[in-house]
Design a protein around this ligand. Structure first.
Ligand code: ATP
Length: 256
């Protein structure tokens, strides 16, 4: 089966079992939302899918081949990752940071090709950063930095995109713009989200983690039920299905 897949993955962090038998099969070209309360294992699962952390048991495969055998460079050409609170230390401009996305595609010691520069320009335009390309990183707001990291991931031209709470720091316009962009890309995407309504609006599939296990998976309509929100998040909610496409809308009423 093509694409990225986690199968019965277990992983302990700092002595505690954080992922306990997680299987995730993101559908090619679709957006899979990863939900779950704080500490449920979302970031850890994304790091295991990215090959940054190795599973203790189980396997992550890319086109049926274990990630551990694929080689870092081959993985970097395919899989782009935007981590939470990704920071960049050095004195770079926006366009410099976005150019970092091209590194996996370039041969050592060769200058950027016109294709590299075109990919960088397109990524800047799609994230609304084209007119800010030469701004220094340190002068950017939290939301602008977040968008630069998304642009860097797009410049990488990945087939798989892993995003850890990418709408953190973003105002409502940029949250919606980012999620629209991600759905338009037709790149296989796994995105950790806290906002259940955003997940319901934009994701094709959802997987819900609780204490390191997948407790629900399917379409937003299948997954987002009042019972699930109460069980997993400890919150009372009423859920309606909104026209025209019948996606669920969650109205939170309070803690259980
Ligand atoms: N370096 C570490 N040492 C000890 N425990 C860790 C470490 N990193 C993560 N954990 C623990 O692993 C669990 C899962 O963390 P993870 O960051 O994957 O959760 P998450 O679902 O992404 O949470 P959040 O929604 O808060 O970002 C948490 O209980 C966390 O405290």
């Amino acid at each position: 089966m093509s694409g990225l897949r986690a199968e019965r993955v277990r992983r302990a962090v700092g002595g505690a079992l954080v992922l306990d038998g997680v299987t995730l099969t993101p559908r090619p070209g679709e957006v899979t939302g990863l939900l779950g309360p704080n500490g449920s294992g979302k970031s850890t699962l994304l790091r295991v899918l990215a090959g940054v952390l190795a599973p203790d048991a189980g396997v992550v495969t890319l086109d049926d081949r274990p990630l551990s055998e694929a080689g870092r460079r081959a993985v970097a050409r395919r899989v782009a990752v935007v981590e939470q609170q990704a920071d960049t230390q050095v004195a770079l401009t926006i366009v410099d940071v976005v150019r970092l996305g091209r590194i996996p595609h370039r041969r050592a010691w060769t200058p950027a090709t016109p294709d590299d520069e075109q990919a960088v320009r397109t990524a800047l335009t799609r994230t609304g950063l084209a007119d800010k390309a030469n701004r220094p990183w340190h002068s950017l707001s939290g939301g602008e930095r977040q968008r630069v990291h998304i642009a860097r991931a797009l410049a990488q031209a990945p087939r798989e995109l892993l995003l850890d709470e990418p709408t953190n720091h973003l105002d409502i316009h940029h949250q919606l713009a980012l999620m629209s962009l991600v759905t338009e890309l037709k790149v296989t995407t796994v995105v950790a989200l806290h906002d259940l309504n955003l997940a319901a609006m934009y994701c094709d599939q959802l997987a819900v983690l609780k204490q390191g296990r997948v407790v629900a998976a399917g379409t937003p309509r299948e997954v987002l039920t009042e019972t699930l929100v109460a069980d997993v998040y400890g919150v009372r909610a009423t859920i309606t299905e909104e026209a025209p496409d019948g996606r669920p809308h969650i109205r939170f009423l309070g803690p259980v």
